[in-house]
Design a binder for this molecule. Structure first.
Ligand code: NAP
Length: 347
């Protein structure tokens, strides 16, 4: 083995951080380009779709498809072309030097020429009193995971977007009553989802209302919640500004948060990758003004929800995953033309 080969022996061509639909789509494209990508599955392998029941708006499935099934099929497809999957969560990234270096939570280090960040986004928490203690004990961010524990309960869903409607509709199969608590009078959810929730007799709405505190214990689970209302909406903000608000404590057996997501980009905090104030990654346009998936660091690409505060759809994540792999492939070709030794696929 010559010295040049030694120097590249443990360097991957491309590491994909995240195994949701964006990461899988990137893996299929990168694997088909013979880049032998390594996919680090992250703390929630398969990403958000594994927490969903039926996906009805993913093109090509006229009857819908299960979220788990879609993810498993994507993984099988990527593996078929040579993608490798490993359990692992990136804690830190050094992107100032080439190759890039990633440090995993188990202390392992990986080196890679190109990096695709598809680490997705995690459910946001409201900030209500006692939520730290009760998360997982009647308080949840995932109705499909925990809904069945609430047969016969009265439950609250916090939020007014598509996720809240989806959670409420799922919970309505088990719970005696589902109350959607929304901080203003108008839903953010799409009409079709909002109509389904409105048409469901088990679902009620509490407008201009927010959750302030949770009652219960880890032994009993959630037993109640304090709700705050103001006729002009955003009641907690109104209360902080000294307005009169109405407080009510209700008995409930479960509370589900559905107030959006925060991108999983903390591991990039010490790098030159550009993020907005919420942590979403910025991608840049090329010299011709065309959109790319490349971040502020050459060779680092972003795909899926991690760079998308706007659409956040499975199909858009899959689209940007494929784009990131194509961009990474072009980058690696440029690298191959401009550096010695030539690229070799390696473990
Ligand atoms: P979202 O659209 O951002 O909605 C979040 C909701 O939570 C909003 O109604 C927001 O209120 C409320 N909210 C945010 N912070 C809050 C706080 N601190 N306290 C109380 N309420 C708070 O998030 P999402 O529902 O998770 O949806 C994200 C994306 O995924 C969207 O593009 C959505 O279309 C998509 N999605 C699609 C489907 C589907 O098609 N089946 C299912 C789920 C999600 P305001 O309205 O006042 O801002």
């Amino acid at each position: 083995m010559n010295e040049a080969t030694d120097a590249t022996a443990d360097v991957r061509n491309v590491v994909i951080v995240g195994s949701g639909v964006a990461g899988l789509s990137a893996a299929v494209y990168a694997a088909r380009a013979d880049l032998e990508p390594l996919v680090l599955e992250g703390p929630e392998p398969g990403g958000q779709l594994t927490l969903t029941t039926d996906v009805e708006n993913y093109l090509g499935f006229p009857e819908g498809v299960g979220g788990m099934e879609l993810i498993q099929n994507g993984k099988d497809q990527a593996e078929r072309f040579g993608a490798e999957f490993e359990h692992g969560t990136v804690e830190d990234a050094t992107l100032a030097d080439r190759p890039f270096e990633l440090e995993l939570s188990n202390g392992d280090r990986l080196r890679t020429r190109a990096l695709i960040v598809a680490s997705g986004a995690s459910a946001r928490w409201v900030g209500a009193e006692n939520e730290d203690e009760l998360m997982g004990y009647g308080l949840s961010t995932c109705a499909t995971c925990d809904g069945a524990f609430h047969r016969g309960d009265d439950v609250l869903v916090i939020g007014g977007g598509d996720s809240a409607m989806e959670e409420a509709l799922f919970l309505a199969k088990f719970a005696d009553s589902v109350t959607v608590v929304h901080r203003r009078e108008e839903l953010r959810a799409s009409e079709i989802m909002a109509d389904r929730a409105r048409d469901n007799e088990t679902i009620e709405f509490r407008w201009n209302t927010e959750l302030e505190a949770l009652r219960g214990s880890q032994d009993e689970g959630v037993t109640g919640a304090t709700l705050v209302s103001h006729p002009e909406g955003y009641p907690l903000e109104q209360a902080a500004n000294g307005a009169d608000v109405t407080r009510e404590t209700v008995d409930v057996g479960g509370v589900f948060y559905a107030i959006g997501h925060t991108p999983n980009t903390d591991f990039l905090a010490g790098t030159a990758v550009d993020r907005d104030e919420s942590g979403y990654l910025h991608t840049r346009t090329d010299d011709a003004g065309r959109a790319t998936t490349e971040t502020a660091v050459e060779g680092v690409f972003a795909a899926g929800d991690v760079a998308d505060p706007n659409y956040q759809q499975a199909i858009t994540a899959a689209g940007t995953g494929s784009m990131a792999a194509l961009d990474a492939e072009s980058y690696l070709e440029t690298l191959e033309r401009t550096t010695e030794p030539a690229l070799e696929v390696s473990q």
